[in-house]
Design a protein around this ligand. Structure first.
Ligand code: FES
Length: 175
């Protein structure tokens, strides 16, 4: 994280702590809600924040780190710009889910629970997306896609890549 991002993240964490402190005394039982609030705001829990949180909650750094790593929901690094979740449950597996996963790994160049080399895509497993009758299913960000074949997956990824490029251009123009 560059120094400007780090300072901004620490400011945001300070605001979250103050907000919670106004509501009640910051007891250790509030560590979890504060961690959720930080991740909701920043997208992850910066490792630099662990020491300050430990001091604020009067616990060890190991305890804060332990909570963050115990819950898989928490991230210690910024999220990828696009998350692909592939269903690994039974109905999807029986409809070509393994072959689809092999293709997805190759197409993104990363394994499950990892990011593509450019950091744009994260690949995660999920266990049923509620589209068992139209398996195999995947979710890209918040959108579920059913009856996904390797060819269809490639088209979906191409759309995402185009969207990410447009978003990057818009950000540059706004800067
Ligand atoms: S098993 Fe994959 S959507 Fe239900």
């Amino acid at each position: 994280m560059n120094p400007a991002d780090s300072a901004s993240a620490m400011r945001a964490i300070g605001e979250i702590l103050e907000l919670h402190a106004q509501q009640t005394v910051l007891g250790q039982d509030l560590l979890l809600p504060v961690l959720h609030a930080i991740q909701d705001r920043l997208g992850y829990i910066p490792p630099d924040a662990v020491e300050g949180l430990a001091q604020r909650f009067n616990v060890s750094r190991a305890e804060v780190h332990g909570v963050i790593t115990f819950y898989h929901y928490f991230r210690s690094a910024p999220p990828a710009r696009c998350t692909v979740q592939i269903c690994r449950a039974e109905a999807c597996q029986s409809m070509g889910g393994d072959a689809l996963l092999a293709h997805v790994r190759q197409a993104l160049g990363c394994d499950l629970h990892a990011h593509s080399a450019n950091g744009d895509f994260a690949l995660e497993a999920v266990y049923c997306l509620g589209h068992c009758a139209t398996a195999p299913a995947i979710m890209i960000n918040d959108a579920v896609h059913a009856r996904v074949t390797p060819v269809r997956f490639d088209k979906l990824v191409a759309t995402q890549v185009a969207n990410l490029a447009t978003a990057t251009d818009n950000t540059r123009e706004a800067a």
